[in-house]
Design a protein around this ligand. Structure first.
Ligand SMILES: [Zn+2]
Length: 103
């Protein structure tokens, strides 16, 4: 099993903690179990979705072509070898290599 990214672990702990305190507070105020479960589910879903986006932003390299009007970009996770990332960067930033595909 792949180890979770530290941001992922932190996001999970934060999400569960905040959702837990919220559920406890709602329960203390006599909110029904179904409503507490609905709020809990929504908070967990939103928290982990946000965590996933932050992890992707932190672990993804984006290479864009600088030719005017060219929309070509390559997104690669940083767990590739430096050599592979260099090849992907060359492909994205050298407009001649991808021609007019993005124009
Ligand atoms: Zn280009």
């Amino acid at each position: 099993m792949k180890m979770p990214h530290p941001i992922e672990a932190g996001g999970f702990v934060t999400t569960v903690t905040v959702a837990g305190f919220t559920a406890e507070s709602l329960t203390d105020h006599g909110v029904s179990v179904l409503v507490v479960l609905a709020v809990l589910g929504s908070m967990l879903s939103a928290g982990m979705t946000l965590t996933d986006l932050i992890v992707k932003a932190a672990t993804t390299e984006v290479y864009r072509c600088t030719a005017e009007g060219c929309q070509v970009e390559i997104r690669a996770t940083r767990d590739h070898t430096p050599e592979r990332l260099a090849v992907l960067k060359d492909m994205a930033t050298d407009h001649v290599q991808h021609g007019s595909g993005g124009v």
